[in-house]
Ligand binder design. Structure first.
Ligand code: CDP
Length: 207
C-alpha cells in the first residue's frame, strides 16, 4: 500500500504523513528532506544554486547529510531547496530513491510536492493537504519562534508565497493536486480530524 501526501509549504503534510505511518505501521519518507540535503550541501560548499551540473552531482551525495542535521529544517535551506528542485537532473536522481522506498513492505507513506503526480502516480491513496497562506505562515512562524529564532511574520509569509509560486510554476514536476487526490484543507481541520479523514480513505483500500 502506498500513500501519497502532497501540498504547499507548511500545510501540515509532514505531521499527517508521520501520524499515518505510525498508525498503520508503514515506512515514512519526507521527500522534502532529500531536496533540502542537496541545497545544504550546495550552500556549505559555496556552490551557485543554479549550477545545473554541480547540483546533479551533489544530488548523488544526499546520504552525506544526516536526518537530524540542525541546518536541514532552516527556512534558508527550504528556500534554497526549491531552487535546486527546479533542476530536472536533480529530480531524476532523487526519483529512483523515492520509488524504491515506496515499494517497502508492508506499506509506505511519502510526503512532498509531486508524489501523487510523478513519483507514485499509482498510489493507493492520494491526499492533497493545504490551508490558507496566512494560516500556514502562522504555523511556520510559531514553530520558528518556539525554536528560539528571531523572525518576522511578514517575512515568513512573503517567503512562503515566493516558494509556493516557484514550486507551482516550475516545468519539472510542479506542485499540483493530482486529479484523483483527496483535498484536505487543514485551515478547518486539526491534526486529529485530518488523521481521521485520511484513515477513512485508507481503511476503504485495505483488503
Ligand atoms: O516542509 P516544507 O513545506 O517547508 O518543505 P519541504 O517539504 O521540506 O520541501 C522543501 C522544498 O523541496 C520544496 O519547497 C520543494 O521545492 C522541494 N520538493 C520538491 O520539489 N518535491 C518534493 N517531492 C518535495 C520537496
Amino acid at each position: 500500500m502506498i500513500i501519497a501526501v502532497d501540498g504547499p509549504v507548511a500545510a501540515g503534510k509532514g505531521t499527517l504523513a508521520r501520524r499515518i505511518a505510525e498508525k498503520y505501521g508503514f515506512q515514512y519518507l519526507d521527500t522534502g528532506s532529500l531536496y533540502r540535503a542537496v541545497s545544504l550541501l550546495m550552500l556549505r560548499e559555496g556552490r551557485d544554486l543554479k549550477d545545473l551540473n554541480m547540483a546533479a552531482d551533489v544530488a548523488m551525495r544526499v546520504e552525506e547529510i544526516s536526518a537530524d542535521d540542525p541546518d536541514l529544517r532552516k527556512e534558508s535551506t527550504g528556500n534554497a531547496a526549491s531552487v535546486v528542485a527546479k533542476i530536472p537532473e536533480v529530480r531524476a536522481t532523487l526519483l529512483k530513491y523515492q520509488r524504491d522506498f515506496a515499494r517497502r513492505a508492508p506499506g509506505s507513506v511519502l510526503d512532498g510536492r509531486d508524489i501523487g503526480t510523478v513519483v507514485c502516480p499509482d498510489a493507493d491513496v492520494k491526499l492533497y493537504v493545504t490551508a490558507t497562506a496566512e494560516i500556514r505562515a502562522r504555523r511556520r512562524f510559531d514553530e520558528l519562534i518556539a525554536k528560539g529564532n528571531d523572525v518576522s511574520f511578514d517575512e515568513i509569509l512573503a517567503e512562503l508565497k515566493t516558494r509556493d509560486a516557484r514550486d507551482q510554476g516550475r516545468n519539472a514536476s510542479p506542485l499540483k493536486k493530482a486529479e484523483d487526490a483527496h483535498l484536505l484543507d487543514t485551515s478547518k481541520l486539526d491534526i486529529e480530524a485530518a488523521l481521521k479523514a485520511a484513515s477513512v480513505l485508507i481503511d476503504n483500500r485495505i483488503p
